[in-house]
Design a protein around this ligand. Structure first.
Ligand code: MOS
Length: 703
């Protein structure tokens, strides 16, 4: 049979709402997650984590536990296989937090010290709880505060400088008619994906196979191959369905020790993390202490811009929460300074968490802008319009597109901003003080070279294979729509196969770059396929396959400032008797590239905005100074926004196709959270006349 593309009925599959193609599987329970897939002879590993925050393991008393029912082995630093600690991973350096059971040092509370493997999960858990580990404890230090001794400025992180400097800051501040100089803090915050981390490792015909829950199966496969000195082609990682991931589902200790145990026991071994374990084992958002100084002329034009941010990392690995970065894109000034400082403490290593840097950084920056607007007697939107840069404020590069003001204009119109009385503390309904606030949002728009294969099947369908990850975003569906549009066929004719490292290198679901990078690769592979099909001829039984690699195309992109932008609006009511803040409505208007699936895109934006609400009012991980570990490391102790806290939230977008992307995408995964907390904090000021510079805005802080 000859397959043709180009049925005239279908022109633009992308851009129209489409329910998730795996939605039925998910709601009927037939979609299996990593911890649910059955294996013959499966053994279960249970991790034992350190109870001290610093010191050495003196003894792991395994013998009594090995005599318990069903226990197969106890892995620890004294008997675990050695791994290669000098490998270079995806992020360009080894990750010492993956060197599980390789030494006796304990660098933080919740560090993995043993894995108990048993016939059943219950037996493993009982034995793990019975395992006695003896330590030589050393004094620890987990106290994070602004200006801590030992604070330093790393040269760079992820290829970006940690400090940028232009002009004479002191001179411009001195020459400014209006100055804002304010300090802000955000607490330690955690991603708690609905599905905790889980991995099953087994050897199959000489190949290591890992069934996992991750943001990038190729990433996990490559790092495991390096750690265990295996040929990359002999490692396969799959991650078909993922119940949420926000930066923490990469390579983590549980996959490493599952591989160790499967190798030693010659049978499949599954390690599932408990909710509590995820609080210390998979990374989190560092607390931040930030100082923002803005100097402006009386009309609000910025002369001086200074954003100094401090975050923490562990003693074993360096991670920088780059909170000072948003101003490098948002606001120009004659003198401009940004710096991301770091202090090393005896804590687990923080990591990427939705909009790393931008989320806490935009809280401080966009709150400070609101304070400046108040001091200048300017509308907050007018102040931002006055400071729109012509080019990157630090880089000097042109913007590929910058539709921030379009977001503010359309958002202000829909929100009813024009009716706002700028005076704070004057709207009241019974015991509620009412206020509205706004903030700007931005997020980098990048793409990473990826590969995809598209097969024209003899039955008239098309199979797409790409190592993409659908972490709940709807990526699988978006890629189906992109393929359908490129092929000019109905989406029902596309079979989308993702999340298998055997499909080849591709970007992870991260940095708001997943669907953007994969969509580019899928569109390119379809282009190749259509050229082959245009030659005519029958489709053989095995189909005709075309592959793409977008490396050259992405490498050839001209150097520009590429970002998504947005405007956040919030209305709050503050209870004058209890100090409770209720968000009444939120609106987010975004310029974030072409929107492929309006249904799931709206969910992405709203999900980010809800997280911003949660960040503004609820979330705060409390670390006990005496023990060095968390108080309430679970979803009872760690407060977050529940349904009753979430009001009417609207998200929409302005037309903003990326001029250089073949599909027009910019990426929408993270910008929804950016600026949301500041819009709420600014609304609380408008309601009460009091600035809240420390998150979360708890009732005891409001009263
Ligand atoms: Mo994310 S913090 O881009 O996984």
């Amino acid at each position: 049979m000859t397959t043709t593309t180009g049925t005239s009925a279908v022109t633009r599959a992308a851009g129209t709402a489409h329910t998730r193609i795996e939605g039925r599987e998910k709601v009927t329970g037939t979609a299996r997650y990593a911890g649910e897939i059955p294996f013959a002879g499966l053994a279960h590993g249970w991790l034992v984590l350190s109870t001290i925050a610093r010191g050495r393991i003196r003894a792991v008393e395994a013998d009594p536990v090995l005599a318990m029912p069903g226990v197969l082995t106890v892995l620890h630093h004294g008997n675990a296989p050695r791994v290669d600690g000098d490998y270079t991973g995806m992020l360009g350096r080894p990750d010492p937090t993956l060197l599980v059971f390789q030494h006796d040092r304990v660098p933080s509370a919740g560090w993995p010290v043993a894995l108990v493997v048993a016939e059943t999960s219950e037996q493993a858990r009982e034995a793990a709880e019975a395992l006695v580990v003896r330590y030589d404890q050393e004094p620890h230090d987990v106290a994070f505060f602004a200006g801590r001794p030992g604070t330093y400025t790393p040269e760079s992180s992820l290829g970006e400088p940690c400090e940028t400097e232009k002009g004479d800051l002191q001179a411009e501040l001195a020459a400014s008619a209006v100055v804002v100089d304010a300090e802000y803090t955000t607490p330690e915050e955690h991603h708690s994906a609905m599905e905790p981390h889980a991995a099953t490792a087994h050897w199959d015909g000489g190949r290591l196979e890992v069934v996992d829950s991750n943001q990038g199966s190729m990433w996990v496969a490559e790092e495991l191959a390096k750690l265990f000195s295996l040929d990359p082609s002999s490692v396969r990682v799959r991650s078909e369905h993922v119940g949420g991931a926000f930066g923490a589902k990469g390579v983590r200790p549980h996959q490493v020790c599952a591989v160790m145990a499967a190798t030693l026991l010659h049978r499949p071994v599954r390690v599932v993390l408990t909710r509590r374990q995820t609080f210390s084992l998979v990374g989190y958002r560092s607390p931040t202490a930030q100082r923002v100084r803005l100097g402006a002329d009386a009309d609000g034009r910025l002369r001086a811009f200074d954003h100094q941010a401090q975050s923490l990392t562990s003693t074993v690995h360096e991670f920088v929460e780059r909170s000072a970065d948003p101003g490098r894109v948002m606001y120009a000034a004659d003198a401009h300074h940004t710096v991301n400082r770091l202090v090393k403490l005896d804590v687990p290593t923080p990591t990427f968490m939705r909009a790393p840097g931008e989320a806490p950084g935009s809280f401080a920056l966009e709150s400070a802008l609101d304070e400046l607007a108040e001091k200048c007697g300017l509308d907050p939107i007018a102040l931002r319009a006055r400071n729109e840069p012509d080019a990157g404020p630090v880089s000097g590069l042109p913007f590929s597109s910058r539709n921030l003001l379009a977001c503010f204009q359309e958002g202000a119109h829909r929100f009813g901003w024009a009716d706002r009385d700028p005076r704070p503390g004057i709207r009241r309904e019974g015991r509620w003080l009412l206020g509205t606030g706004t903030a700007a949002a931005s997020f980098p728009s990048r793409a990473v070279p990826s590969t995809a294969a598209v097969t024209a099947e003899a039955d008239g369908t098309f199979t797409v294979r790409i190592t993409a990850a659908d972490v709940g975003t709807g990526a699988r569906t978006a890629l189906t729509l992109i393929a359908a549009e490129a092929l000019e066929v109905e989406p029902a004719r596309i079979r989308m196969k993702i999340a298998d490292s055997d499909f080849g290198p591709a970007m992870i679901a991260g940095g708001s770059m997943g669907t953007r990078s994969w969509g580019w690769a899928v569109a390119a592979a379809v282009g190749e396929l259509r050229e082959q099909l245009a030659l005519g001829g029958d489709i053989p039984p095995q189909g005709i396959t075309a592959r793409s690699d977008t490396g050259a195309a992405i490498g050839a992109l001209a150097n520009k400032e590429r970002h998504s932008f947005g405007a956040q609006f919030a209305e709050v009511a503050v209870d004058v008797t209890s100090g409770e803040v209720r968000v009444r409505r939120m609106l987010g208007m975004f310029a974030a590239g072409r929107i492929i699936n309006p249904l799931t895109a709206r969910s992405q934006f709203i999900g980010g905005m809800i997280w911003g609400l949660s960040m503004a009012l609820h979330e705060e991980a409390v670390r006990d100074q005496a023990s060095g570990s968390h108080v309430g490391a679970d979803l009872a102790g760690y407060h977050f926004a529940a349904n009753a806290d979430v009001p009417l939230i609207e998200a929409d977008w302005v037309d903003d196709p990326d001029p250089d992307d073949p599909v027009g995408i910019k990426g929408i995964g993270e910008i929804g959270i950016v600026g949301a907390a500041a819009a709420i904090a600014n609304a609380v000021w408008h309601a009460t006349g009091v600035r809240h510079r420390d998150l979360p805005i708890r009732p005891d802080r409001v009263l």
